[in-house]
Design a protein around this ligand. Sequence first.
Ligand code: ATP
Ligand code: MG
Length: 556
Amino acid sequence: MTTSDKPINFIQQIINADIDAGQVGQVVTRFPPEPNGYLHIGHAKAICVNFGLAQEYGGHCHLRFDDTNPERESEEFVQAIIEDVRWLGFQWHGDVRYASSYFSQLYTWATYLVQHNLAYVCELNAQQMRDYRGTLTEGGKDSPHRDRPVEESLHLLEQMKQGHIDEGRMTLRAKIDMQSPNINLRDPVLYRVKKLAHHRTGSDWNIYPSYDFAHGQEDAIEGVTHSICTLEFAANRPLYNWFIEHLPVPSKPRQYEFGRLKVNYMVTSKRKLKLLVDQGQVDGWDDPRMPTLSGMRRRGVTPTAIRNFCDSLAVAKTDGVVDIGQLEHFIRDDLNRDARRAMCVLDPIKLVIENYPAEKHESFNASVHPNREDMGTREVHFSRHLWIDRSDFSEDSSLSRKKYKRLVLGDYVRLRGAYVVRADQVVKDQQGNLVEIHASLVPDTVGANPPEGCKPRGVIHWVCADRSIECTVHRYDRLFSQPLADSAEQSFTDCLNPDSLEVIKNCQAEAALGDARVGEHYQFEREGYYCLDSGAGNDGELVFNCTIGLRDTWQK
Ligand code: ATP
Ligand code: MG
């Protein structure tokens, strides 16, 4: 049944066994984000696992918003999440679903539990409830309201629903077992009073269901067969099953847990990422340094790279930290395959070709991708005035040819896709700063070997100064300087790298980059992978974001 040659993971084993036993016909999974922030790289793994299983077994995967807590949720987050899932390349079955669509059904089931003496309205406040709950080593104490008559609980629950009860005064709790070794089973809360408007149901509700009461029943309503979540919910599973067993639900989903994805130098918690946004530490949720899907998209990371990365990870019952280099490897791998080649000079210095007439102009056809003829060619202009990078020139002719494969005074270098040139002299200002390099070209060397005795040191990139376009380049370093910033609970903001953004103005790009479009990927030759920034507020300035450098050191 599996299509890849990877050994099958424990969830696939379970599904295979379920199918063999005839317990499952069609596999149905779901991705259930809470719309309280933007999706991050950890969610990408959950998306790939859930949608991946549905694809693999010819089943369905639902996109369902777990919007049961209006306090921190919003429509902005809903829309951003929908866009991100689509961008990653997945299509959910049917409409987008919302837990809030099931509020009436959930309420009916809550009254069902009360009627069957399996739930009661409790008047302990939050602190008292904590005191009564007990500890990991000691059992809890029964609430004084635990044995109130069913009719009384039904009445109070209705009062809660009608908005007649103040927040914090009453809760609806399941009647399970205050002595259970599993604290989740010690009469968990099913409903709380919250007099808050909900982004979808408006002011219809004054009470909202807890995650535990909502989640399994939502799965059951949708016919989810395998409800896959992360390890921290393992202790909630007995409660999940308790509801499914005690309610007249239309299907019986099962919950399975796998390890959360953590990547070093990245933070994967919406709450923490929101703090960075709210504090203005970053330029919004889609800041290219953020580990969010929208941030990575704006950075120029491709959805294929993220999917390949997620597929390379084990789906296991343990948590582990993945090296960020592994993600970077897949980013480069995909960009190298598809990125359009272009030239951009980040630190321009004028190169004047003395033996090329001022009024002359040529253009050469350069390939858009060296191994991809299907991507066509681009026009590269040439004239007497060129830009090259300051770091590609040295006056020190004693530099060894092996170490310095660039332009040196008195020596030759090839301009990528154009002529071989020799640097003849330099022009400096009064302070001794280099202003121009004067050079001469070797005739007939475009696409041809230079004559005997003329040995270029290497190949450098360049841009025609008459037709270049000015742009700004953003280069990034890691957002956090500590590998385990995410575990530093209190102080993860102290781990922020103050130099994570480098803004380079007045770069000179080849003319073809004037047509650059958001969503296209470029390799600036010898510099790295770049994309046009989609951010607002660039004020007509052409900004390119560096997705990643050229070198891959991860596999070594
Ligand atoms: P956060 O702490 O960032 O808010 P969450 O688990 O609360 O994460 P949800 O919106 O509830 O976020 O998550 C939707 C789904 O994504 C859940 O099934 C959750 O288990 C999964 N998920 C979230 N973070 C990760 C992660 N780091 N690795 C794998 N799956 C994750
Ligand atoms: Mg959450």
